[in-house]
Design a binder for this molecule. Structure first.
Ligand code: GLN
Length: 247
């Protein structure tokens, strides 16, 4: 039920969960499902793998991280109609969370080490190229959702184009490219970032923003019943302290 008491449903499309699922990223799907279930919202997760079409009626997508070799197969699968269907869904109000390898493939191109450039679907105005070092460590990003905390592990250096809005400013860690001070990108109800961990269990404000956007697409403006996020806030605070200590 939402705060209005109406029973609601929700469809989450998990993109390439069998291939793009590292550093706990599946926890993001679990967090969205649980935060919906705690509000008695009937949420279902639809696995969308290699060769699968993008089903109609997806309210929120999740696209996790993966190593370069998985990204090569996934990039090939996204070329053409499949990538276009995801763009159309997001333009139509669907929510999206993409992390690291998934985030990179939502830009125009990802240039990995020792392989031909991979085409992205062009949802975000950005380009990523593999850099000489891996950025590994805790990360804290100042955003419109408050501080987001997570863990980054990527060699990709992401550069935002004029049409891209950064998710936020790096407080601790390296972010998109370790130079411009920005991390991630946001466009309509789509968020891309480098925060593994999983991100959403420790960042309930962002989790509920994605849920709200997904529900709005299917049910119009509804308010989410508040949850007791004491445990989530404690995890968030501990992760933030750990990141600041490790600086
Ligand atoms: N292969 C990409 C990189 O190293 C993405 C890695 C990831 O998803 N953690 O930047």
């Amino acid at each position: 039920m939402s705060g209005t008491g109406r029973a609601m449903d929700l469809r989450i499309g998990w993109l390439y969960g069998g291939k793009m699922n590292i550093y706990g990223d599946r926890g993001n799907v679990l967090a969205l499902m649980r935060r919906a279930a705690w509000r008695r919202i009937a949420a279902e997760t639809v696995d969308i793998g290699l060769g699968d079409p993008i089903p109609d009626g997806i309210d929120a997508f999740f696209f996790g991280g993966g190593q370069d070799r998985e990204q090569i197969a996934v990039a090939r699968d996204l070329v053409g109609a499949k990538g276009a269907a995801i763009r159309t869904a997001v333009e139509g109000g669907a929510a999206m969370l993409a992390v690291c390898g998934g985030y990179q493939l939502l830009g125009h191109e990802y240039r990995p080490h020792g392989a031909a450039p991979l085409p992205g679907i062009g949802l975000f105005d950005l380009v990523t190229e593999a850099g000489p070092e891996r950025f590994i460590g805790n990360i804290v990003v100042e955003t419109e959702f408050g501080d987001l905390v997570g863990f980054e592990n990527h060699s990709g250096l992401t550069h935002l184009g004029s049409g891209a809005r950064p998710l936020g400013r790096v407080r601790v860690g390296r972010g998109n490219n370790g130079r411009d001070g920005f991390e991630g990108a946001i466009y309509r109800n789509a968020v891309g970032c480098y925060l593994h961990g999983a991100l959403l269990p420790k960042n309930p404000v962002l989790a509920d923003w994605l849920l709200q956007a997904a529900l709005r697409r299917r049910h119009g403006d509804v308010e989410l019943a508040p949850l007791d996020d004491a445990l989530e806030r404690t995890a968030h605070a501990e992760a933030g302290k750990r990141a600041l200590r490790a600086r």
